[in-house]
Structures are given as C-alpha cells and as structure tokens.
Design a protein around this ligand. Structure first.
Ligand code: SAM
Length: 274
C-alpha cells in the first residue's frame, strides 16, 4: 500500500454489515502477512489462546484433552485452523469456520502439507453471525481471538453459537482484554500510559479516503462481555486472565513482555450451554 493509500485510524460507529464487509476484505488482504509474521508462534497444530502463549494443552479450558475424542467441535474465526488441527490430533471432529477465504486457504495449505487431507479439519467460509449449521450440531465451540473482537453485535454471534451447541456444551473464547482499550496499542513504555476512557465503546475504525471502513474492532467493557454471555443464554463458569510467563520474550503487536508484567492482555471466557 502506498503512502497515499494509508487508511486513517479513527473512532466512530460501524454497524454489523459495514464491519463484516471491511473485516472480510482486510483479512483476505492481510492473511499472507499475518501467517508469515505469526505462523511460527501459532505453530501448525498448536492451540494457543493468545499472545501470552497459554496453551490449551496446559489450560484444559475445553475440558480434559483425553475427553476430546469423538467430540464435534466448532472453531469460530479459525484463521489457518491451527487450533482445530490440535483438536483433530486429539481425536475430536473439528469444523474450522472463518469469514476470510484467504485465511482458509492457509488452513488448507498447512493441513495438506501435513497429510494431504486438510489435517482432518472441515473448513467452512461463513460469518459467525449466521452459522450455517443445524441446531445442536456441536459438543464444544472455541475461538482464540476469532470473530468476537471484530463483530458489532456479539450477542448475535453468541446466540448463534448457543443454537448450534448441544445441551451441556461448552463455549470458550478469548478476546483482547477490555482494559487494553484505555492504553495505546504499543508494546513499549508508551503503551503503559492511560490515553483513552475504558468506558468509551466507540469502535476502532480504519477508513479509506472515501470514509469507507477497511478494518474495524469493537470494544466491550468486561461487564459488557459478561452481560453478552448471559444475554445469549450461557452460564459463565470461569474468566481467565493469563499472566505473561517468563519464558515468552516474543512481542505480538501491542502485546509484549514489558506490558504483560503490568496489565492483562487477554480475557478468556468459559461458558456452558445448560
Ligand atoms: C486474530 S485472527 C484469529 C485466528 C486464529 N485463532 C489465530 O490465532 O490466528 C481473527 C480471525 O477472525 C476472523 N473473523 C473476523 N470476523 C469474523 C466473523 N464475523 N466471522 C467469522 N470469522 C471472522 C478473521 O478472518 C480472522 O481469521
């Protein structure tokens, strides 16, 4: 992108349709760079919940790994389906869903390089706000920074996930920790100085010269997220704020060991569909 094409970063309202359209194009355009930059950290078949490096293999937020065998699992906003491949290797039957065609092409590339099938993972291109599955299709649903930080109507997505889960099913999803919105998205010391109101829910929007959004993230406070989960009919059973471990020296955008020592970067919601 040339200098004059550089989008303007602003805070303004952005509805579901504009948000979805902008983010689909953004992820299609940026999937190659994203996988190039973060692919090694994500691993081809590792299930990591966020930049802190918390592994599902250690955290067991979806339940004991030994009990994943035979489970139907939906991964929402799966990107290149690294988490879904980890699940498949434990005998689960994962479906990796994403809005971006290019992200799913990476999912196919990595899966096929492993075993010529797609890594035992079904790939579905769709918006998380309208899941193309019958009610009660899955035992578990998960999302590591997929979809939920990027949608204007999170309750709509959560209701869809509840619909496709069987009774007793579990949804675990991670998002940017809400407190991050009050700080500049910088990995260095400048990212430790309050710069905005935590309570300002105005979306972060990058827009082109015509004012059309090309990338959108939506902010919810911690209380909003809890209310969203409850409004969608889930029971919240845990809220995990991973601490930055000493072994992880790797920065990821505004996430860094420096900031990780002071403020949380990720919030993981563990929810049950009764
Ligand atoms: C930060 S990536 C996370 C993917 C993967 N878990 C990872 O860690 O790389 C966010 C993903 O969410 C997807 N996404 C964004 N909005 C979505 C939506 N409305 N429905 C489905 N996927 C969406 C993007 O295409 C992208 O692949």
């Amino acid at each position: 992108m040339s200098q004059e094409d550089e989008p303007e970063a602003t805070r303004r309202e952005s509805g579901q349709n504009e948000t979805s359209r902008a983010n689909r194009s953004w992820w299609d355009r940026n999937a190659d760079d994203y996988q190039q930059e973060h692919g090694a950290f994500l691993g081809d078949h590792r299930f990591v919940w966020g930049p802190e490096g918390l592994d599902e293999a250690d955290a067991g937020l979806l339940g004991p790994a030994a009990e994943l065998r035979g489970r139907d699992v939906l991964e929402i906003g799966a990107g290149a389906a690294q988490c879904a491949r980890w699940l498949a290797e434990r005998g689960a039957r994962p479906v990796a869903l994403d809005l971006s065609h290019r992200q799913l092409q990476h999912a196919r590339r990595i899966g096929e390089s492993a075993d010529r099938t797609a890594g035992g993972v079904a790939l579905v291109e769709a918006d998380a706000a309208a899941l193309p599955f019958a009610a009660g299709s899955f035992d578990l649903a998960c999302s590591a920074y997929g979809a939920l930080p990027f949608v204007a109507e999170p309750v709509r997505v959560l209701r869809e996930v509840r619909r496709v889960l069987r009774p007793g099913g579990r949804l675990v999803f991670s998002v940017t920790h809400p407190v991050r919105w009050a700080f500049p998205d910088e990995p260095g010391p400048e990212g430790l100085t309050l710069a905005a109101s935590y309570f300002d829910r105005t979306p972060y929007v990058e827009q082109d010269d015509s004012g059309d959004a090309v990338y959108v993230e939506h902010h919810r406070t911690m209380g909003d997220r809890v209310r969203d989960v409850v409004a969608a009919g889930f029971r919240l059973v845990d809220l995990v704020e991973p601490e930055w471990p000493s072994w992880n020296r790797q920065e990821w955008g505004g996430w860094s060991p420096l900031r990780g020592a002071f403020i949380p970067g990720t919030a993981i919601f563990v929810c049950v569909r009764d």
